[in-house]
Design a protein around this ligand. Structure first.
Ligand SMILES: [Zn+2]
Length: 101
């Protein structure tokens, strides 16, 4: 009887080890297989996303958000009006001083 329990515990650790490389993590995977059964735990772990996949998705999302930000035109700093020489540190399509481009 103890042998079966030890064997189950070994399987729980294996499921936990697989879970550690996935989004679910070691302890949730280990606890699931301990409380339910190693087979059910293993199925849940295998359904969980791989860490690399999740990180890739996150990186793609961040890149998409960054691309959505409006890009300021080149020479944003020390913008100088050609008409009146008004200097501004932020780009404006029209000069706030004289209204020229
Ligand atoms: Zn101006």
């Amino acid at each position: 009887m103890i042998g079966i329990l030890l064997l189950a515990l070994v399987f729980d650790f294996i499921v936990g080890a697989i879970g550690s490389s996935r989004k679910i993590g070691f302890f949730p995977a280990f606890l699931l297989s301990l409380l339910l059964s190693p087979i059910i735990g293993l199925i849940i772990v295998l359904c969980s996303e791989r860490k690399s996949d999740a990180e890739f998705k996150q990186a793609m999302m961040q890149q998409a958000i960054q691309n959505q930000k409006p890009q300021p035109p080149a020479g944003e700093k020390d913008y100088k009006c050609k008409q009146c020489g008004y200097q501004s540190d932020t780009y404006t399509p029209f000069c706030p001083q004289c209204g020229a481009h």
